[in-house]
Design a binder for this molecule. Structure first.
Ligand code: PFF
Length: 463
């Protein structure tokens, strides 16, 4: 285990917060909130974070810190004492595999934020020039340009690989410690600035009114709580394995969930204040409830705002930072497997994983219009079209929920409660809510996830 590393106290919190905060908060959460009519959806999401996400995060951090190993080794070691034995290591293996697939397409989307940063910078310097060429068309053209897609994928993975290559302390910890405070402060400033937007009041009403919510919206909120907290694939097991025994797991979990949720809500305030500033009729016809809201709706609106020319490149740079601290976490899951279980050096593991993930990302990058075959690839029929969509469908609907379910069952039912209490209280002191936590982990989480899987088997898609 020579090439392992260790986080400092704040380093761990910021790295884990960095892994949690990403495209899921700034790209996905606002559009699914918009599509699900805000209000109640946000409330269900908050409840899911507390009752389902946080307890599973405890579980992941416990097994990571207890074993000081990445997911595969962690499940293998603790599995020895459990029913089912070493077979549990397959859950760790699933996590590593999920990390590969998720990062391969996540980095494609992350690459778009870098492209938009460059675009916005040029518009700011030269004048905003897309009045004659609508953003939707420009975005479509960009997606269908295979060379550009691959270039930005390579840039994003290149930077991610560079950081992970430097190691836990001098790479991951240093970069996340620098980027996360900048991200937090600038997003708060952008949110304060949006109070001046005419749509601010409507945006707040939309976000916090309580209205009806259907079963699909409910399940989507629960499913998203997994994605946004980086759960179900061993990312928190991996980061937990670099945490000192002096650190409190409940305290850390509280901070990670709090910051992740705050940033998701702040992203909504910023985006909705802009969107609700245009008249309703126009909004309804021009801006569908589309997953591309961040890339087609937002830029033009930024330029209509005071200081928009300054704000828009800053905003896209921040989204790129948020995505980077997540791709770092994803790559580390795969890298730590090769270091721990195969005895590779960090350098060999990182270069190999970076290259393999890039190769896996190329079909996704070409599946947005550049290649007809890859763009119409649809093994799940109408549920997902194209390689990128298919990967996202599989990861979000199957791999993460199944990984989360098995983690909850393993920790909740297979490990001895004394071991769990011992690890939770190490660095924390007496943990009064132990019984409540175990109840949530044993019953509430698994039932909610089984419900999601049941809906997915029935043909629903929550990607
Ligand atoms: N939590 C990230 C987001 O919300 O964008 C996505 C993610 C990152 C999932 C890292 C899993 C992970 F290991």
């Amino acid at each position: 285990m020579s090439d392992r590393g260790r986080f400092g106290r704040m380093g761990f919190i910021l790295a884990a917060v960095g892994s949690a905060i990403g495209l899921g908060n700034i790209w996905k959460f606002p559009y699914i909130t918009y599509a699900n009519e805000g209000g109640s959806f946000v409330l269900v999401y908050l409840i899911a974070i507390v009752l389902i996400g946080a307890p599973i995060m405890f579980a992941e951090l416990i097994i990571g810190r207890r074993t000081q190993q990445s997911p595969y080794g962690a499940f293998a070691e603790l599995g020895k004492q459990a029913l089912g034995g070493k077979a549990w290591s397959a859950v760790g293996g699933l996590g590593v595999f999920t990390g590969f697939v998720l990062l391969s397409y996540y980095a494609v989307i992350a690459g778009w934020t870098v492209y938009y940063f460059g675009r916005c910078l040029t518009w700011s310097l030269q004048g905003y020039d897309v009045q004659n060429a609508p953003l939707g068309e420009m975005f479509g053209g960009f997606l269908a340009n295979g060379a550009l897609q691959i270039t930005f994928l390579a840039i994003f993975l290149g930077v991610t690989t560079g950081v992970v290559l430097l190691g836990v302390k001098s790479g991951i910890e240093r970069v996340t410690k620098t980027l996360m405070p900048i991200l937090g402060v600038v997003l708060v400033l952008l949110a304060i600035n949006s109070i001046r937007a005419p749509g601010f009041g409507d945006a707040m009403r939309f976000l916090f009114h309580i209205g009806p919510i259907d079963a699909d919206g409910f399940l989507e909120a629960v499913g998203h709580s997994f994605f946004t907290l980086s759960l179900g694939m061993g990312a928190m097991i991996t980061y937990g394995s670099y945490v000192s025994k002096k650190q409190s797991i409940p305290g850390s979990t509280f901070l990670i969930c709090l910051f992740d949720t705050l940033i998701a809500l702040i992203a909504c305030v910023i985006m909705f204040s802009i969107i609700f500033s245009i008249p309703e009729a126009e909004r309804a016809t021009t801006f569908g409830r589309s997953s591309t809201m961040l890339f087609t709706t937002l830029p033009s609106m930024f330029y209509a705002l005071p200081l928009g020319g300054l704000l828009s490149p800053v905003f896209y740079l921040l989204v790129a930072f948020a995505a980077l601290t997540s791709t770092i976490g994803l790559l580390e899951v795969a890298v730590s497997y090769f270091i721990d279980a195969r005895g590779w050096t960090r350098k060999k593991a990182t270069l190999f994983c970076g290259a393999a993930i890039f190769a896996l990302g190329v079909p996704s990058a070409l599946s947005l219009g550049a290649s007809n075959g890859l763009s119409s690839f649809n093994p799940f029929g109408s549920l997902a079209t194209g390689v990128l969509d298919t990967f996202d469908y599989t990861v979000s609907n199957w791999f993460l929920p199944v990984g989360g379910l098995l983690t909850a069952v393993f920790v909740g039912w297979m490990l001895k409660p004394e071991l769990l209490r011992d690890e939770l209280e190490e660095g924390h002191g007496t943990f009064k809510a132990f019984g409540l936590w175990l109840f949530l982990l044993r019953f509430v989480g698994p039932v909610a996830i089984l419900w999601i899987l049941w809906a997915v088997i029935g043909g629903r898609s929550f990607a």
